[in-house]
Structures are given as C-alpha cells and as structure tokens.
Write a protein that binds this ligand. Structure first.
Ligand SMILES: [Zn+2]
Length: 268
C-alpha cells in the first residue's frame, strides 16, 4: 500500500483529465487520498500491527531475539522460573521414546550453559494449564465474565469517533491545499500535516481492525465455553490465548497470570 499504488489504481480511473491539467505532484497526491483504498490500507495496517507485535518479543539472556511463533498459544507465554527465559516446544527422543516436550530455551540454545529448569511434557503442561483455568474463581462462569469484560473494554476502543475526526481534519487540509496550490502559495507545511494525519489514520485503522477481530474472537470463545461442561476438560489453544497472559515454571509449581489480572499457583 503506498501512494504510488494508489495513483496507479485511482488516478487513471477517475481523474485522467484533471491529472493531465496538473503537472505537480501535490494535486495528484490530493486526488489519491480523496479516493482512498480502504481494504488494502486496512490490510497494510494489520500487517504493520503484527510486525510491531513480533518486534516486541523479548530478548533472551544471550541477547538473541527469540523467534516469534504464533502456532501454539504457549509459544510466547511460558517462562523459566530459574533464568527468566522462555520455554520452547521441542521434540525429544529419550532412549528411543519420542515425545513432545517444553524446555527452557537457554538449555536448547546453549549447551554447557546449564539452566537447571525442568522439562515438561506437552501433555503435562497442558493439564496444568487446564487445572489453572478450572481453578479461576467462578470457574467457567468466571472465565465467561472475564471475556465479557474484555469485550466491553474493546468496545470502548472502537476508534470510530477518532477515525471520523481524523478524516474531517484531512478533508479540511486537503481543501486548504487545493486553494494554496491554485494561489501558487507554499503548501509544504500543509502536505506535512496531511502526511502526519494519514499516519494517525493508519494507526487508528490498525486498532480498529484489531478491535473487530478481537470482538469476534471473544464472542466465539464465550459460545465455546457455554457449550462446554462445567469444567473445561479439553485443552484449547484459543481459550489459552484469550485467558492466559503468562505462566512461569518452577521446580514444584507453576505460577499463572491471567489476562484478568488473577494469579494462580498450581502444584505439580
Ligand atoms: Zn531457564
């Protein structure tokens, strides 16, 4: 998504005559923005947001940035109680017995730097997660309540008003720009202002896309929980993503921090 792309798409379609009449870049730019491509812009904003999220993944003790994986809910939320690094999913071949385990990444990356953190089998870890979810005060009802709170918080952030406000400001500046161009005045400050407003607009749009996706996801999760028996008995990636912020593995217990702020300790 860029001005050049927008020019290709819209200038040719809508304003061939006007473009021929104007030889400066500014009128073209104005024209492009007037026919904004909402869908590509939103997609672009979504990608930007995802990149920002990945860039935020913490650095390990060895200074290396941990590669982000979105495949498993636990990929970026399990931490080592000994060294603070992340736990990573790996295949383990123990005397011919193959299994999937989660280990402190320090052990995986740097043989010799022995973090004494224990290894958990995936089944063991998932069972502990389920136990924690079921232990949240109010159980299933509590989880539903947390999700409903998430929805209303997200709803309060729809960015609709903000987007409308930015749009109006851009239109105002564009009108000014056209007048200044016609009067051969220096319009560079107005162009800067429009660019700044466009950046604001992109950010608000990214937030709005997240809002929509988030709201749908949470609603699905509430439906899922309502259809489940009293206790959540099956491990569910989406549920874990929605409910759990972080967990820390210690020698004899795990600490869970839920997105609701609730902290729970599970022995085992
Ligand atoms: Zn460790």
């Amino acid at each position: 998504m860029g001005d050049a792309l927008l020019q290709k798409t819209y200038t040719v379609d809508c304003l061939t005559k006007k473009r021929a009449a104007n030889d400066g870049t500014v009128p073209q730019y104005y024209v492009n923005n007037d026919h904004e491509a909402i869908i590509p812009r939103e997609l672009f904003a979504r990608v930007q947001e995802e990149m920002k999220r990945r860039a935020n993944i913490r650095q390990g003790m060895d200074g290396k940035r941990r590669v982000y994986s979105s495949k498993y809910a636990l990929s970026s939320s399990v931490f080592c109680g000994h060294c603070g690094d992340m736990y990573r999913r790996t295949h383990w071949n123990n005397h011919g017995k193959k299994q999937i385990v989660w280990r402190c990444v320090t052990r995986l990356n740097a043989p010799g730097v022995e973090c004494p953190a224990r290894t958990l089998s995936e089944i063991q870890l998932q069972n502990l997660v389920l136990e924690a979810i079921n232990k949240v005060p109010g159980g299933k009802q509590g989880a539903i309540k947390v999700l409903e709170t998430n929805i209303s918080e997200v709803l309060g952030n729809a960015h609709i008003e903000e987007l409308e406000h930015i749009k109006q400001q851009i239109e105002k500046q564009q009108t000014l720009l056209v007048k200044m161009t016609a009067a051969s005045e220096d319009y560079s400050k107005v162009v800067d202002k429009i660019y700044a407003l466009q950046r604001e607009q992109e950010e608000a749009m990214a937030a709005n896309v997240n809002y929509k996706a988030g709201k749908e996801g949470i609603q699905e999760m509430i439906e899922y929980l309502k259809s489940q028996p009293k206790r959540v008995t099956a491990y569910n990636e989406q549920l874990v993503r929605k409910l759990i912020e972080k967990m820390t593995v210690y020698d004899d217990h795990l600490d869970f921090l839920f997105k609701s702020g609730i902290q729970i300790e599970i022995k085992g």
